[in-house]
Unconditional design. Structure first.
Length: 119
C-alpha cells in the first residue's frame, strides 16, 4: 500500500517554471514505477512522464525537452520539473505509483494538484 501526496502546483505565467513534488508513504517506494498524469477540463487523464524503479524514463511528446521527472528514493519523493510552461499545460496533475510503467494506470493515485498557466 502506498499513499501519495502532491504539492507545488499553482499559477504561473507562460514561459515560467514550476516543480511538483509527490511525497510517498508506505513500504518499498523504491520498488515502484512512478509517474505523473494530468487531466485538463473536459479531457481524459493522460500520462505526462514516468520513471521506472531502475531509472528508465518516459515522456509524452508534448512535454519532451520541457519537463524532467526524477525521484529521490531516500526521501520517498517523486518530482516533476516543468519549464517553458504553456497555457495548454493547465491541468490537474496527479502522482501515480505502480508495478511498472505499462500498468501505472492501475496503481496508486494522489489527490492531484492544480497547475494553471496564464498571463
Amino acid at each position: 500500500q502506498v499513499q501519495l501526496v502532491e504539492s507545488g502546483g499553482g499559477l504561473v505565467q507562460p514561459g515560467g517554471s514550476l516543480r511538483l513534488s509527490c511525497a510517498a508513504s508506505g513500504s518499498m517506494f523504491s520498488n515502484y514505477a512512478t509517474g505523473w498524469y494530468r487531466q485538463a477540463p473536459g479531457k481524459q487523464r493522460v500520462l505526462v512522464a514516468a520513471i521506472a524503479s531502475g531509472g528508465t524514463t518516459y515522456y509524452a511528446d508534448f512535454v519532451k525537452g520541457r519537463f524532467t521527472i526524477s525521484r529521490d528514493n531516500a526521501k520517498n519523493t517523486l518530482y516533476l520539473q516543468m519549464n517553458s510552461l504553456k497555457p495548454e499545460d493547465t491541468a490537474v496533475y496527479y502522482c501515480n505509483a505502480g508495478s511498472n510503467i505499462a500498468t501505472l494506470v492501475h496503481g496508486y493515485w494522489g489527490q492531484g494538484t492544480q497547475v494553471t498557466v496564464s498571463s
